[in-house]
Ligand binder design. Structure first.
Ligand code: NDP
Length: 348
């Protein structure tokens, strides 16, 4: 059965008007969603932005919001709590600071399924847990709302402590602007599976395909400049994906030359996907859904705040610099910068 898609008429933002709403975090999503909710009629005196006293707090104040640096106090007042800080920072803050002061019937809102799916948030049974997950970066969540257009979003009710969690989830979806475009019924399992699959299966393969393709063409005598522009610096791949969203994944091919269409379709259809499908299944079931990645990531996440080579992410970046594609791109960007410097000197 196809999932239900909720539109404005399915939701009642009136449910939010007598609630105190606390945003934990005022970053990409926090700032956009708080502004949208306020513009949807929730009065400013009912919105609290919980943030350390830093640049995010300054920004929230400059937009007229009430900022509370004491997370415990901000959470204790809330009927609805948006958890909009980075996923890896959520469990500690939520479990240690928010849970002890949580109102009995408060609703917890997440914008990503990860921490709920892997059971990292210790939510008491009397509370609601809902996911309202925009498929859009924060700046677009705000600008599309302002244009009255809405944006794609996943919505789900994961724990219904009060009996009206679903209605609250839909009210939130409408207030942030999502039901204007249609909020798709989903689940934290589905959202997490797709998100982590894209990150751990699809895109690593795409990066590897570009890496290997680059090396083969380089060995065949193609120049760094030609390759970088041909493969990504022209932004052609971005245009292809935009056309795929507009015309259809395969139908966008009709915008290409006949030689290109024939080459792409005959090549793709001739490839045997059995091996890659098995590889993908293995990642999905034996790395993502069984919690292995989550467990491993939880062990190293503290190290991600370290400076320099002790940080495992920095180590991966260092290793990626050994890729021929990355070295070539650095050479190209340096040569282009030099050309710009020469041109600027010449024009003086
Ligand atoms: P951001 O990285 O923009 O979050 C920054 C905010 O989090 C700031 O207010 C920052 O304040 C605060 N913050 C960071 N670390 C901590 C901490 N340890 N304790 C308290 N506050 C902290 O997050 P996003 O908006 O990108 O992501 C929020 C949620 O939305 C995540 O669940 C993410 O998966 C989801 N999401 C994000 C999308 C996006 O566009 N990026 C798209 C869809 C969903 P300070 O530095 O002052 O502490």
């Amino acid at each position: 059965m196809p999932p239900r898609i909720y539109y404005d008429a399915d939701a009642d933002t009136g449910l939010l008007l007598d609630k105190t709403i606390t945003f934990i975090g005022f970053g990409n999503q926090g700032s956009a969603q708080a502004e949208n909710i306020r513009d949807s009629g929730v009065t400013n005196d009912r919105i609290i932005i919980a943030n350390r006293d830093d640049r995010y707090a300054v920004e929230a104040k400059s937009k007229g919001f009430n900022v509370e640096p004491d997370f415990s106090k901000a959470a204790s007042l809330a009927d609805i709590i948006f958890l909009l800080i980075p996923d890896q920072a959520q469990p500690r803050l939520f479990n240690e600071i928010i849970v002890p002061v949580l109102r009995k019937n408060a609703t917890i809102v997440v914008a990503s399924g990860y921490n709920v799916f892997f059971g990292l948030l210790k939510v008491p049974p009397s509370n609601n847990v809902v996911m309202v997950a925009p498929r859009m970066i924060g700046s677009s969540v705000r600008s599309l709302y302002q244009k009255g257009r809405g944006f794609p979003c996943f919505v789900s009710t994961e724990q219904d402590g009060t009996g009206d969690a679903h209605a609250i989830a839909l009210a939130i979806s409408k207030a942030i602007g999502a039901t204007k475009a249609g909020a798709i019924e989903s689940s934290v399992r589905e959202e997490t599976a797709m998100d982590l699959f894209a990150e751990q299966a699809l895109w690593p393969n795409i990066i590897a395909l570009f890496r290997e393709g680059f090396s083969v063409l380089k060995d065949a005598g193609c120049s760094d400049e030609a390759l970088c522009y041909e493969m990504w610096m022209s932004k052609e791949p971005a245009e292809i994906f935009e056309a795929a969203a507009d015309d259809g994944f395969v139908q966008q091919l009709k915008r290409h030359s006949v030689v290109s269409q024939y080459g792409q379709l005959s090549g793709a259809l001739a490839l045997d996907g059995t091996g890659i499908r098995e590889h993908f299944r293995n990642i999905l079931h034996n790395q993502i859904l069984n919690g292995k990645f989550c467990e491993k990531f939880s062990q190293i996440e503290g190290e991600l705040e370290l400076e320099g080579a002790a940080n495992p992410l920095n180590q991966l970046y260092s290793r990626s610099e050994e890729m021929e594609l990355v070295k070539a791109e650095a050479r190209v960007r340096e040569r282009l910068a030099q050309l710009r410097r020469d041109a600027a000197e010449g024009s003086q």
